[in-house]
Structures are given as structure tokens and as C-alpha cells.
Design a protein around this ligand. Structure first.
Ligand code: ATP
Ligand code: MG
Length: 981
């Protein structure tokens, strides 16, 4: 057997599909670092079932899929196929060629395994290569850098390699399977034994219960045959007896109905009687009431009679009729007097009252008048006061010139000492009231100008003002003032203009000779009625004159207009006039005041008189009130006295006529008769009632007898009903028992099963049987069936148990046999390898000695393998302390020793000789050559010595970056390749 071909696609750096052909002999793979040589050995391991990601130099399984390079995309699937030549059937598989394929998909991490293109399990592949020497633990695939692990690993870890060599792996595997099987068998056996034990525990009690149930059923059968007959008989008897009971009950019932009827009748009769008696009692009660009244009436009348008799006797004895009449006449006269007096006083009382009220009314009127007059006087007083104040003000204005400027006032004050002061112009002029406003307006400030006789006088006055610093004033000297007038042609215009009233100077009066001044100030000022006319006139005269209106408006020279309302300041002309007027008003008011005060005085006197009169009237009214009351009571006394006397007179005449007496006697007789009639009626009713009582007693007697009989019957009936109920219960119990216990009807039991029995004996037997059944206690009828089930099951399980025990025995035996084979094979192979190991070691090391030893010689099946080596000239030492080269050589010695004893068909060695010196490389290569006839070697190497021995050489390159390509090369090229690397 040998590896013919590896096909890789998408595995690690083998991005493209690559096919590497192999031949028996030695195939070398050379190439620079990192070009993908070791990936080939990884691929072989992977296909042969490697599961360790670490051994494949990755961190997870998907790392084996081509991962992309600079200019290649990653692959989604890695696939590697190993094709073996199996013509020698080295592999236990009946084909000349064996193709083993493994795939891995990146997307879902899913793996696929195939043998000769048929999908299979990983286990199938592992089984196929088992014992071919290519197994996991063999030395047939040595990865790069792993060569020293052989020396470094623990003895137990080395054992696998020897097992592979001894070909005991399949026995070991089978043994493991057997052990697992044994465990399963043991588990089953334990389970079965547990159940058996459980069942054994159940069987004994179940058996006892089953036997008891059988006895029970037997007794029950016996009981049934007798008890059914007994029950049938009992039921018969009870039915008979019940029939009899029903007949007697019917009879009693009828009798009871009759007596009930009788009692009812009697009770009704009694009721009627009682009703009658009640009615009678009511009537008697009523009559007795009437009787009482009648008797009282009789008594009353009798008493009255006695009284009347006594009274009459008294009156007759004591009254003199004539005297009585005289007294009545006298009393009548007194009464008449009293009436007259009373009426007279009442008349006077009313008169006085009216007079008093009149006085009160005039007092009220007088009071009101006085109040009004006082108010009037007060108002008048106020007006007078105001007017007097106003008068003072006006006097101040008119006489003291308070309205004038300081200078004017100073001049006027000093007029005596000054020369020729005539007066203030405003004071010198007068006009009718309707022109005052116009005049004031026309004068303007000139009102305050001071008029002097001469120029000189004016100058003196000015000097005076100046010297005394007493203000300023304007002076109009009469002798020098020039008159000013309207030109004649204009006068004509004016006279023909409507509203024209005249020249202002024509409307003033003055006593002193001041014509020149007046004409100077007013002779050229025109007076018209309204402002419209003023404007018209001004226009007509070319605005050469001042035109004033009655309302004080002005059209000035030149045409400008002045107007509006004046402040409450009157002109001096008005003040003068007002002063005159107010003086008159005050005079008249003072006169009025005197009149009113005298009138008030009159009223006051009148008030005093009224109140005096009123007091008088009130006193006499109060006196009269008392008198009227007294007279009224006098009248009443007289009246009642008079009535008394007249009554007595009537009474006396009645007594004398005897009328009163006869009537009373008649009434008395009537009353007595009525009383007697009532007494008789009551007596009759009482007798009737007595007869009812007797009748009632008789009926009561009958009723008592009937009731006692009824009670007897009822008690008898109750007795019988109880008995009946009892028997019915019994009967239904028996029927129920038949039904419940024996599941049969009475009719069926009677027809089919009942036999004639001696009741006494039969009952005894039933009792005995019941006792026996009871003494059985709880019976489990199910136990019969359960026992059957359990014992059958137990039987079958027991058989199983025995089978399992024998199976267990045979597995144990097989294991023993396998152990024996393994021990034999293992130790035989081990011995052989050990011998060869020493030889190869000495050869490779040029002397020394080497030995393999069991670490646990007593347990060949599990023992580890120790290595005891001694290179020439070196003391024996711990193997881990050897150099890398030495460690490699030790491992290689062991590999070759194994190959000698048990050749493997194929061996992949990845730079195992890298650490060796040239001489050792050559020796190594010689060994390879020696074994190559039996073993196919695939060696990854950089060493010339090795290359020289190769039959076929491949150069690995990465022409395309990151993608491995393998080409067959000549030795020389290979050496070059290795050297360029
Ligand atoms: P040396 O002589 O140093 O032992 P080598 O020829 O044995 O080198 P390998 O170890 O076989 O080299 O290959 C390593 C190369 O494979 C690395 O360059 C790595 O990038 C590449 N490689 C490993 N896994 C993948 C992968 N999944 N996809 C692409 N390239 C991969
Ligand atoms: Mg490598």
C-alpha cells in the first residue's frame, strides 16, 4: 500500500485545485520558508481524521480553509482527497484504490467525510486506517518541530506509539467496546435485579391476600345460596304484614273522619250559642246603662221635687207681693236716674275730647309756622350778611379806588395837596347801563387816566409820583387835550349803515367841564349794535375808527378784531350802579327783617296761650274719664238689682199658679215607669241566657267524649304508621340488599334461586357465614389478579436476569482473552523494538547504549515506556537534558527501530533531520533509503544529504503570492531552491 496522490482544493495556501502525485520510495519536498510545504502534511493528517485544531496550527477548524491573499478572495470550502494504492489489500478494504476525502464548509462549519466518494462517518475512516500504522499515535507522521517531543513526553504518552506498532489498537478498541457493553449489561442486570427484588417483596403478601380472597369468594357463594332464600322469605312475610296494616289503617282513618265531622258540628253549635250569649250580654249591658240613667232621672226628679217644695214653702212664708212691687217701682226710678247721669257724662267726655284734639292741632300748626318763619329769618339774615359784605367790597372799589393802579391811587390820595386834579376819567363819566360795556371797552385803559385842569398840574402830579416812588399814571389836562371827531363824510356813511347807534361821546354824562377830554377819548369811537355791523362799518370807513359793540366787542383802527367774554370783573360804571342798587336792597331787607321778627314774636305768644289752654283741657278730660267709669258701674249695679227684683216677682207668680209642680210630678211618674220596664226586660234576657248556658254544657260533654275517642284512634293510627314505616324500611332494605349484594330483583330471586328453607336454621347459618366473612377482615379481590400478573412478570424477569449474568460472563471472558493477546503482542513487539532501538541508536550515535523499559512492568496493559539512553562517553542522565540534535536522533532511532520491526506503508517526515549535523543527515538518509523498499517516505527537507537520496523531488513555490504551487524538480534545482531559500 502507498499514497498515490493528494488532491487539495481550498486547503490552507492551496487555493487552486492542486494534485500531487507520489510514488513508492522517497519523495522530497523542498522550497523556501512559508511556501506551504508543511501544509501538505497538515492536509494528510486532516484527512486521516485529525480533530485537534492546535495540531493543525489553527485556532479553529475553519482556519484550514483558504483565507484569501493579496489578490485572491477567500474560499468557502476546503477539500482534500488522499488516494491510496491498495492492491496488496493492506488496508482492510476490498478495492485496489482507496480514496479518502474530507471537506469543510466555511458558512456553517459543516464537515463531510467520504470513502471512495461515498459519504461516511469520521469513525469509518478512523476504523479503516486503524492498525495500518498511520494511526494518530504512530510515528508515521512527524510534524515540523515535533521530533523532540518523543524525548520530552511522559512515559504513558509514548505507549500509544508502541501499541500502534504492535497492532493492538483494534484489540484495545474492542476491549473498550466490551467494557462499555459490560457496563451496560451490568446496568441492565442491576435494574432487573432491583425489579426482581421489588417483585419478590410483593409476591408473598399478594399470595396471602389472594388466598384470603379465594376463601372469601367461597364463603360468599355459600352465603348467597342461603341468604337469597332467607331474604325472599322475609320479603314475602313483610309484604303480607304490610297489607294487613294498610287495611286497619284505612278503617281507622274512616272512623277518624266521622268523629272529626261530629266534633266540627258540635263546635259550630257551641260557637253559635256563644255568639248568642255574647249578643245577649251586650243587650243586657245596654239595658243596664239605660236603667242606670232612668234610676238617676227618678232620683234627680225626686230631689227636685223636694227642693221645689222647700223653696215654695220658704217663698210663700217670706215674700210680701205688694212690697215687692213697690221695691221694683223704686228701683226702676233709680235705674232711670243712673242712665241719665251716665249719658250726660259720656256726652261731656266726648266734647272735651274733641276740644283737646283741636287744641293739639293748633299747637302743631303754630309750631310749624314758627319753624318756617325762623328758617325764613335765617335765610334773610344770610342774604343780608352777604349783601352787606358785597356793599363793603363795592364801597372799597368805588370810593377807595381799589381797582385802580398804585400810581392813580397815590395821586388821588394826595389830590388835596396837588394842583388842579379833577378826578379819574372813569369816575367822572356816567352812562345808561346798556352802554356801560361799550363805554368801558371804548375807554380801555383810559378809564384810569387822571384828568387835570392844566398841563402844569399834570406835571406836578408826575413829579409827585416820581419823588415819592408811588407808581405811574397817565394824565389828561383839560386845557390842552384836543377833541377828536368823526369826519363829516364818514358820519354820513355811518348814519346810512345799519346797526349804527352813534359816536361814543354822545352816550356819556358828566358834571364837570371836561368836554375836550371826553371828545379826545371818545369822540372818534363809533358805537354799533353787533359785531357784524361793526365790521361792515369799519370797512365802510376804511378802518380809520375804532368801532365798539354793545357787547363790548371791538373792530380796531386798521381792522383788527377784539372780542370774547369778560372776566367777572365789572366795570367801574357797573360797580357804581351796583352799589346804589345794593344799598336799596339792604334797606328793604332790613325792613322785612323787622317785620318778620315781630311776627315771630306774635306766634310765640300765641304758642304760650295754646299750651296753657291745652293743659287745662287735658286735666278736665282726665277727671271726666274717672267720672264716666264710676257712673257706668253705678248703672250696672242698679240694673242687676232691678232684674233680681223682677225675677223674684215672676217666680212668685209661677209658684202661686202651681204650674211648676204638676209638670214635675208627671215627669217623675214617666221616669219610674221607664225604670220598671227596663228591669223586667233585663230579667227576661238573663233567663234566656241561662238556658243557653245549659245547652252549651251538654254539647261540651259530647265534645269531650268525641275528642277522647279521637285521641285513641289517632294514637292507634300513629302506632300502626310507625310499624308500617318500620316494615317498609325493612322491606326496602331487604330489596336493596338483594339488589346491591346479589345484583338480582326479588322476582328473579324468587323464581330462580329461592328454596324452601327453615327460617330459623337458615338465619343461623347466614349469621355464622357472615361472621366468618367478617372475621376475614379486609379482603382484596384484586389480589387474585395482581398475584397472577406479578408472578408472571417475576418469572420473565428472572429468566432475563439469568441471561444477563451469562452474557456478562462471556464478555468478561472475551476481555480476558483480548488482554492476553494484547499482552503477548505488545510485549513481543516491545522486546523486538527494544533490541533494534539499541542497534540503531549505537549506529546513529556511534556507540553508547539505549534501552526501552516498562515504567510499570506488572501492568503490561497500561504501563508507560521509559527511555534509558547513554550516548558514547556520556554519563546516564535525564533525557530531557539532551540537546535538540540528540533528542532528534533518539526519536529517529526509535522510529527506525519500529520500522524494522513493523514496517508502515507510509511515513511523512517534516524536517525531522533539520537539527542534525551533515554526517548524521547522511546516516539518516541512508536509513531512509534502506527502509524505502517497504515504506513510502514523504520528506520535507532543506538538507542536501536527504535530497540526494530522494527518488522524486517537488519544489514548492508561491509564484502567485499566498498560493502554493508544487512542481517536480531535479536534484540540482532542488538544492538551488533550498539554498536560495
Ligand atoms: P517552513 O519552511 O518555514 O517550514 P513551509 O513551506 O512549511 O515553511 P507552511 O507552514 O506549509 O510553510 O505554510 C505556511 C504558509 O501557509 C503561511 O504563509 C500561511 O500564510 C499560509 N497559510 C496557512 N493557512 C492558510 C489559510 N487558511 N489560507 C491561506 N494561507 C494559509
Ligand atoms: Mg514547514
Amino acid at each position: 500500500m502507498h499514497l498515490k496522490r493528494i488532491e487539495l482544493h481550498g486547503f490552507k495556501s492551496f487555493a487552486d485545485k492542486s494534485v500531487i502525485e507520489f510514488q513508492p520510495g522517497i519523495t522530497g519536498i523542498v522550497g523556501p520558508n512559508g511556501c506551504g510545504k508543511s501544509n501538505i502534511s497538515d492536509a494528510v493528517r486532516w484527512v486521516l481524521g485529525e480533530q485537534s485544531v492546535k495540531s493543525l496550527r489553527g485556532s479553529n477548524m475553519a482556519d484550514v480553509i483558504f483565507n484569501g491573499s493579496e489578490d485572491r478572495k477567500p474560499q468557502s470550502l476546503a477539500e482534500v482527497t488522499l488516494v491510496f494504492d491498495n492492491e496488496d489489500r493492506f488496508m482492510n478494504f476490498d478495492y485496489n484504490e482507496v480514496e479518502i476525502t474530507r471537506r469543510l464548509y466555511r458558512q456553517n462549519n459543516e464537515a463531510e467525510y467520504l470513502i471512495n466518494k461515498e459519504p461516511c462517518r469520521l469513525k469509518d475512516i478512523v476504523d479503516l486506517i486503524m492498525d495500518t500504522g498511520l494511526g494518530r499515535d504512530s510515528l508515521s507522521i512527524i510534524s515540523q518541530g515535533n521530533i523532540s517531543t518523543f524525548a520530552d513526553s511522559k512515559p504513558e504518552e509514548r505507549r500509544g506509539m508502541f501499541e500502534e506498532a504492535a497492532g493492538v489498537a483494534k484489540y484495545k478498541k474492542r476491549k473498550l467496546e466490551s467494557i462499555r457493553k459490560l457496563e451496560r449489561t451490568k446496568d441492565n442486570l442491576d435494574r432487573v435485579e432491583d425489579i426482581c427484588l421489588e417483585l419478590e417483596k410483593q409476591i408473598a403478601p399478594l399470595k396471602r391476600q389472594k388466598e384470603k380472597a379465594e376463601v372469601y369468594l367461597e364463603l360468599k357463594d355459600q352465603l348467597q345460596s342461603i341468604e337469597v332464600s332467607v331474604l325472599v322469605k322475609e320479603i314475602e312475610n313483610l309484604s303480607e304484614s304490610l297489607k294487613d296494616l294498610n287495611v286497619s289503617l284505612d278503617f281507622l282513618d274512616k272512623e277518624k273522619v266521622t268523629i272529626d265531622g261530629q266534633i266540627l258540628l258540635n263546635e259550630q253549635q257551641n260557637e253559635t250559642l256563644k255568639k248568642k250569649m255574647y249578643d245577649l250580654d251586650q243587650e243586657v249591658n245596654g239595658l243596664q246603662g239605660q236603667l242606670l240613667t232612668a234610676m238617676n232621672n227618678v232620683n234627680e226628679l225626686e230631689t227636685q221635687k223636694v227642693e221645689i217644695d222647700t223653696n215654695r214653702k220658704h217663698i210663700l212664708e217670706n215674700t210680701d207681693k205688694e212690697d215687692l212691687q213697690a221695691r221694683i217701682a223704686q228701683m226702676k226710678a233709680i235705674l232711670q236716674d243712673a242712665v241719665n247721669e251716665y249719658n250726660d257724662r259720656v256726652h261731656r267726655y266726648n266734647e272735651t275730647k274733641e276740644e283737646k284734639m283741636d287744641l293739639e292741632a293748633s299747637q302743631e300748626r303754630n309750631r310749624n309756622d314758627m319753624m318756617a318763619l325762623r328758617q325764613n329769618i335765617e335765610n334773610l339774615n344770610l342774604q343780608l350778611h352777604n349783601n352787606r359784605a358785597r356793599k363793603e367790597q363795592l364801597i372799597d372799589v368805588v370810593e377807595n379806588k381799589s381797582g385802580y393802579s398804585y400810581g392813580v391811587r397815590s395821586v388821588m390820595k394826595a389830590r388835596q395837596s396837588l394842583n388842579g386834579i379833577i378826578g379819574v376819567l372813569g369816575d367822572l363819566l356816567e352812562s345808561d347801563p346798556e352802554y356801560e360795556l361799550a363805554l368801558s371797552t371804548a375807554l380801555g385803559n383810559a378809564v384810569q387816566f387822571v384828568v387835570t385842569k392844566t398841563d402844569e398840574g399834570a406835571r406836578d402830579a408826575i413829579r409827585f409820583l416820581k419823588d415819592n416812588k408811588s407808581g405811574r399814571a397817565t394824565f389828561l389836562p383839560v386845557e390842552t387835550m384836543q377833541a377828536r371827531r368823526i369826519r363829516e363824510e364818514h358820519q354820513v356813511v355811518c348814519q346810512n349803515t345799519s346797526g349804527y347807534l352813534g359816536v361814543m361821546s354822545d352816550f356819556v354824562r358828566y358834571n364837570t367841564p371836561i368836554d375836550s377830554v371826553v371828545l379826545n377819548q371818545l369822540g372818534h369811537i363809533i358805537l354799533v349794535d353787533t359785531l357784524e355791523h361793526a365790521s361792515a362799518l369799519s370797512r365802510a370807513t376804511f378802518a380809520r375808527y375804532k368801532v365798539v359793540t354793545l357787547d363790548g366787542e371791538v373792530v380796531n383802527v386798521g381792522g383788527s378784531l377784539t372780542g370774547g367774554s369778560y372776566k367777572q370783573q365789572s366795570s367801574s360804571f357797573a360797580s357804581k350802579r351796583e352799589l346804589e342798587m345794593i344799598k336799596e336792597v339792604i334797606e328793604s331787607q332790613e325792613k322785612e327783617m323787622t317785620e318778620k321778627k315781630s311776627k315771630l314774636n306774635d306766634l310765640d305768644n300765641m304758642a304760650r296761650e295754646i299750651s296753657h289752654n291745652l293743659l287745662q283741657k287735658q286735666m278736665s278730660f282726665a277727671k271726666l274719664e274717672v267720672v264716666v267709669t264710676n257712673k257706668k258701674s253705678d248703672l250696672q249695679v242698679a240694673k242687676s238689682e232691678y232684674e233680681n227684683l223682677t225675677n223674684r216677682s215672676i217666680e212668685l207668680s209661677e209658684i202661686q199658679s202651681g204650674a211648676q209642680d204638676n209638670q214635675l210630678i208627671n215627669e217623675l211618674n214617666e221616669a219610674k215607669k221607664r225604670r220598671d220596664r227596663l228591669t223586667e226586660a233585663i230579667q227576661a234576657k238573663r233567663e234566656l241566657r241561662m238556658s243557653f248556658v245549659n245547652e252549651n254544657d251538654k254539647i261540651e260533654e259530647t265534645l269531650r267524649a268525641s275528642r277522647s275517642h279521637l285521641r285513641e284512634i289517632q294514637s292507634d293510627m300513629t302506632q300502626k304508621q310507625i310499624e308500617k314505616a318500620k316494615q317498609e324500611t325493612e322491606l326496602s332494605n331487604y330489596l336493596l340488599r338483594l339488589n346491591d349484594e346479589y345484583k338480582m330483583t326479588y322476582e328473579y330471586a324468587k323464581e330462580e334461586l329461592a328454596t324452601e328453607v327453615n327460617m330459623h336454621e337458615a338465619k343461623e347459618t347466614v349469621r355464622l357465614l357472615r361472621h366468618k366473612i367478617d372475621s376475614l377482615g379486609n379482603v382484596n379481590l384484586q389480589a387474585i389478579e395482581d398475584y397472577q400478573d406479578v408472578s408472571t412478570r417475576y418469572e420473565s424477569l428472572n429468566t432475563q436476569r439469568l441471561d444477563l449474568i451469562s452474557a456478562q460472563d462471556s464478555i468478561l471472558k472475551a476481555i480476558d482473552e483480548m488482554d492476553e493477546i494484547m499482552v503477548t503482542r505488545f510485549s513481543e513487539t516491545f522486546e523486538k523494538i527494544n533490541k533494534e532501538f539499541n542497534i540503531v541508536f549505537r549506529n546513529l550515535f556511534g556507540g553508547g547504549r539505549a534501552e526501552l523499559r516498562y515504567s510499570d512492568p506488572d501492568n503490561i496493559l497500561e504501563t508507560g515506556i521509559d527511555i534509558d539512553v547513554q550516548p558514547p562517553g556520556k554519563a546516564v542522565q535525564n533525557i530531557t537534558l539532551f540537546s535538540g540534535g540528540e533528542k532528534a536522533l533518539i526519536a529517529i532511532s526509535c522510529l527506525f527501530a519500529i520500522l524494522r520491526v513493523r514496517p508502515v506503508p507510509m511515513c511523512i517526515l517534516d524536517e525531522v533531520e533539520a537539527a542534525l549535523d551533515v554526517a548524521n543527515v547522511e546516516r539518516f538518509a541512508k536509513y531512509l533509503k534502506e527502509f524505502s523498499s517497504e515504506t513510502q517516505f514523504i520528506v520535507v527537507t532543506h538538507r542536501e544529504g536527504t535530497m540526494e537520496e530522494c527518488d522524486l523531488l517537488y519544489g514548492a513555490t508561491m509564484q502567485q503570492k499566498g498560493v502554493t504551487k508544487l512542481v517536480s524538480v531535479k536534484l540540482k534545482d532542488a538544492i538551488d531552491l533550498a539554498q536560495t531559500a
